[in-house]
Design a protein around this ligand. Sequence first.
Ligand SMILES: NC(=O)c1ccc[n+]([C@@H]2O[C@H](COP(=O)([O-])OP(=O)(O)OC[C@H]3O[C@@H](n4cnc5c(N)ncnc54)[C@H](O)[C@@H]3O)[C@@H](O)[C@H]2O)c1
Length: 292
Amino acid sequence: MGICDGRVVIVTGAGRGLGRAHALAFAAEGAKVVVNDLGVGLDGRPGADSPAAQVVEEIRAAGGEAVAHGGDVATADGAASLVATAVDAYGRLDALVNNAGFLRDRMLVNLDEDDWDAVMRVHVKGHFLPLKHAAAYWRAASKAGREVTARVVNTTSGAGLLGSVGQGNYAAAKAGIVGLTLVASAELARYGVQVNAIAPAARTRMTEEVFGDLDAAPEDVSPLVVWLGSAASAGVTGRVFEAEGGRITVMEGWHAGPTVRREGRWSPAESGEATLKLLADARTPGAVYGAG
Ligand SMILES: NC(=O)c1ccc[n+]([C@@H]2O[C@H](COP(=O)([O-])OP(=O)(O)OC[C@H]3O[C@@H](n4cnc5c(N)ncnc54)[C@H](O)[C@@H]3O)[C@@H](O)[C@H]2O)c1
């Protein structure tokens, strides 16, 4: 008995790295998995291989059930056909793990518009479109009177939560995914859909150049993702978790800190004086990755 027996799960970017580990872990817990991967290079440019089919073979060899989907999750056709693949192959969809993505790291002064657009596109649009198509499926199921116990796990990053030097495009995209997660959690609760995000850290091709010493494995992150994707995580939604090695951390979001109010409008100098007093009482933000 697995905690995902009978569930149908999509994992995007599951041909390698974290997505592959999530797909294998879901299958090991009894899920039928749609393994999506476009097979692109580390910078998102066309790659030579088609890793989704290999992961499907691995799952089948271990006695599990899986189908491959090779579309681009950041296109309407790719996202629509992804959800259709799950429903055509297995008759239902229970969880979506948005994970696909790539990097184009540059300092802001050297960051080309193309590199900005490509990274925003794959992460923000590549989360939004599969989420939209899956949500439409679950809303229809809910309105048809079927019981929906659906889960979405999005993938943000410490870069999106705290900032990261040399990753302006990626940090903006990953912060956008947190906003999308909060809205989706609130909008979709009425249809039986829970939406959370993880900020993982693991040794993959994406991190081995930047953090050569990272020894946490992608497989260390997957147990939390599988639990969030299962019916067992009932009541948990709109949350962000960091996961690295054996560590799981609830990331606490923005809260109103020290505040001041006065009758009438401040002058700029008065507002500055008041703001400096507030900052003296406020928590210091966490350090930006790579700063100083
Ligand atoms: N590895 C880490 O420590 C780390 C840290 C923070 C966040 N993340 C995030 O985790 C996710 C997975 O990263 P990874 O380290 O496993 O990287 P990876 O490069 O090993 O795997 C990403 C996969 O996504 C696929 N992909 C890219 N664009 C796609 C598209 N448009 N459609 C379908 N598939 C596409 C790639 O072909 C690749 O197989 C990413 O969103 C990444 O930003 C990773």
